[in-house]
Write a protein that binds this ligand. Structure first.
Ligand code: ADP
Length: 766
């Protein structure tokens, strides 16, 4: 057995195992610096490191080590790396009591026995070490790379122990255990134990933490649970929904192309992530496609007599419209391919355009939908926005078709004369593609993308003024005039239609309330000013509501109530309107006739003249066309002064002032031409004209009298104001047939072709 001397470093509180390196720094005056010197000078840097734990128990095992990297620091200290090589037995310490002297020892090598199945044990250990370092967070797993290919159990244990074992005493035990096998066992044991300890510690930790964080934890858990629930719920919901959608798609009777598209979109929906915005876009789209009435039709009522009966019951008059509808249905029955005509009802508000369209739908058993295009500027309102827009949706046509629930509804498009176009496109041309029977079979909405057949839809349009209907559209329409009603027609409508409707709506017996005709007429005359009956309906409704409220509030027991003139003030307030009643006959005053949104009215025209330069003064806020008519009237009389016995000087030495009172009436249009001319003539010839006479007709410079519009309304207004004779253009003769009977009966019409004929009437008027 080899023995040799070695200088000794005695470690206190630290253990150096073989395969490990110790970095030490010595003070210049330390004894140990001498030991380092001795080692370097006489022992090739070899040195014995002994770890002493208790001085009474002087260790028998030391570690043969080598000094490396001996560095002298600027402050005189020495820093060395001491690398542990192997265990040696210390046979003797040479000067243990002389503290100042360096220690020296006599050591001898230790011979290790061969270990059976060493590699198996090594592998097992490595495995355990790996799992240990993995599970325990505060142990670095860098040692794994050091031992991965280790073949010696002796070295393996020494490499890992300082890393894995924290107790210094235990490491010392490892040092003192010469047999690697024993150390291997110890290590396994320690690993198991450490793992156990860690587990317990962790549990303890968690319990402490749990108590500390209880409220916070509960909050977190609840939040998590909410999310989990939502997630689970969502996926469940989505699955259910997809099943439902698939079922609906299977059942839906739509063109094959649309079905294909639907299945494709459904697939996209299935694979999309719930939270993504795309998902709801796809779902909305699918729902739109499903909801459209692709091939669903209501069956038309073909009993034309019954249709007519229903229309007559719901609406008074409106002969032409009703007749036209019956014709349409008759043609349709003869030939299935007959294209739906596009009927356009033109007339002032409240004359029953919308409600009649609704009744038509009812009478022929079609569903009814309505859109208003008044004020629309953007064509997207009609044909929708592309899906790429945020919040995109179909246009009004497709949206209404969804509501219609059938592909052959009656589709009312209101106020087509109030559309306008701007930079966002022309809604008129979009509307044309909707109405045109050539195109509307393949109507395409930007959002829906798939073609939708509108060819079975019965379109009905409405407008207030024919002149404001876009020209391109007007060409395709069959215009039906629905003009205003006379007072007597209104009276009929009120008693036969409006009152029964209102009384029923208020849940009253049909004979509970009576209103005498003259009371209704008073309401028509003094509380409404309209061509239609909307305001009248509102006023009647107001009366009935007030009566009902009074009965309920005062708990009155009565069987019947009669509304007389006396209560009108109470229920409807002060009279709102007074119609122009014909004035006394005067020189220079003539009744023209006006046609306004409220219907017709007389329009007194006053003319005065006084010294001046032949100028024309016009007041009463006249429109441009009416101003022109006034100029034409004057010029005509100037150039024909002889014919009409006018003193020419009166025309050129005076200024002529024409005033048209009634500021509230819009005064424009050419139809006052002959009335203006006659008023000037009356003034300058000093001859009165009867106030029982009214005139309407355009005049040319040659004195020809041209046709005018709104004859019905004008004559109704004239009758109300007490006019007995009306001069009209011969060209309007055909319109006389359509005038209400009372007008025809009570008014004398004189048809004229030129102003000369008007003059005849004038001079013969006594
Ligand atoms: P418009 O569409 O021409 O503005 P509405 O259809 O809204 O007019 O009619 C207003 C009200 O007057 C409705 O309650 C309607 O029933 C009623 N009405 C209009 N004309 C008639 C009529 N000829 N017969 C019966 N009721 C009518």
């Amino acid at each position: 057995m080899d023995k040799y001397n070695l200088p000794v470093i005695l470690l206190k509180g630290i253990v150096l195992l073989p395969q490990n390196t110790l970095k030490l720094e010595f003070n210049n005056k330390d004894t140990d610096t001498n030991v380092i010197d001795m080692s370097l000078l006489f022992h090739n840097g070899y040195i014995l490191v002994v770890s002493e734990y208790s001085s009474s128990n002087t260790p028998k095992i030391g570690v043969l080590s080598k000094i490396e990297n001996n560095i002298k620091l600027p402050n005189g200290n020495i820093r060395v790396d001491i690398v542990g090589l192997r265990r040696v037995k210390t046979l003797e310490f040479l000067n243990p009591t002389k503290i100042q002297e360096p220690l020296e020892s006599i050591v001898c090598e230790i011979k290790l026995k061969q270990i059976d199945n060493e590699q198996i044990i090594i592998n097992k250990l490595i495995k355990e070490i790996k799992s240990y370092t993995k599970n325990i967070p505060y142990i670095s797993n860098s040692i794994i790379s050091l031992i991965e290919n280790e073949k010696s159990l002796d070295r393996l244990t020494d490499i890992v122990v300082p890393t894995l074992i924290s107790s210094k005493d235990r490491i010392l035990e490892y040092l003192n255990s010469i047999d690697p096998l024993k150390r291997g066992e110890m290590l396994l044991q320690d690993i198991y134990q450490e793992k156990e300890i860690f587990k317990i510690e962790r549990n303890l930790d968690m319990r402490v933490k749990k108590e500390m964080d209880d409220t916070q934890k509960e909050f977190l858990l609840r939040e998590k649970m909410k999310i989990i629930k939502e997630e689970l719920g969502d996926t469940l919901n989505k699955e259910n929904e997809i099943d439902n959608l698939r079922k609906k798609i299977d059942e839906i009777n739509c063109p094959p192309k649309v079905k294909e598209r639907l299945l494709l979109e459904l697939k996209r929906y299935e694979t999309s992530i719930s939270a993504s915005p795309e998902t709801s876009i796809i779902r909305d789209y699918i729902e739109w496609l499903i909801a459209l009435p692709w091939n669903s039709f209501t069956e038309d009522n073909k009993d034309l007599k019954q249709v007519r009966k229903i229309l007559d019951e719901s609406h008074y008059g409106l002969e032409e419209v009703k007749q036209r509808i019956i014709e349409y249905l008759a043609v349709k029955q003869m030939s299935k391919d007959a294209k739906s005509p596009i009927i356009c009802l033109v007339g002032p508000p409240g004359v029953g355009k919308t409600s009649l369209a609704f009744s038509i739908a009812q009478s022929i058993n079609r569903n009814f939908v309505k859109i208003t295009v008044g004020g629309i500027r953007d064509e997207a309102e009609i044909i929708g926005h592309r899906k790429t827009y945020i919040g995109a949706s179909p246009g009004r046509i497709i949206s209404s078709m969804k509501k219609a629930k059938s592909s052959n509804p009656l589709f009312l498009i209101d106020e087509i004369d109030k559309m306008s176009s701007d930079y966002k496109g022309d809604p008129t041309s979009s509307l044309l593609s909707v109405l045109d029977p050539e195109q509307n079979k393949y109507f395409s909405d930007n959002y829906i993308e798939e073609e939708f057949d509108l060819s079975n839809v019965l379109f009905v349009l409405t407008a207030n003024y024919i002149e404001n209907i876009p020209e391109a559209l007007k060409d395709r329409l069959e215009i039906i005039d629905v003009s205003g009603y006379t007072e007597f027609e209104k009276l009929d409508i009120a008693t036969k239609h409006l009152l029964p409707k209102i009384i029923a709506k208020n849940g009253l017996r049909s004979d509970f309330i009576t209103i005498k005709d003259d009371v209704i007429l008073k309401i028509i005359r003094n509380y409404t000013k309209e061509a239609g009956v909307r305001e009248l309906e509102r006023q009647l409704d107001k009366i009935i509501r007030k009566v009902v409220t009074q009965i309920l509030v005062n708990n009155i027991k009565i069987n019947k109530i009669n509304i007389d003139e006396k209560v009108l003030d109470r229920y409807l307030g002060k009279q709102k309107y007074k119609y122009n009643l014909k004035a006394k006959s005067q020189i220079g005053v003539v009744n023209g006739l006006a046609y306004t949104i409220y219907g017709g009215d007389i329009l007194p025209i006053e003319v005065n003249y006084f010294k001046g330069k032949g100028q024309l003064i016009l007041t009463g806020s006249l429109g441009d066309v009416m101003k022109e008519s006034a100029s034409i009237a004057l010029s005509y009389l100037k150039s024909n002064y002889q014919k009409y016995n006018i003193n020419y000087a009166k025309l050129i030495d005076n200024d002529i002032h024409i005033h048209v009172p009634e500021g509230a009436i819009k005064k424009d249009g050419p139809s006052a031409g002959i009335a203006l001319t006659l008023a000037i003539l009356s003034a300058v010839t000093n001859k009165k004209i009867s106030s029982n006479l009214a005139l309407t007709g355009e005049i040319t410079l040659r004195g020809n009298v041209l046709a005018i519009g709104g004859l019905k309304e004008k004559t109704i207004g004239a009758l109300r104001s007490g006019i007995k004779t009306i001069i009209i253009p011969s060209d309007n003769e055909n319109d006389l047939i359509e005038l209400p009977n009372e007008v025809k009966e009570k008014i004398n019409f004189i048809k004229v072709k030129n102003f000369k004929e008007v003059y005849e009437v004038f001079i013969n008027d006594k």
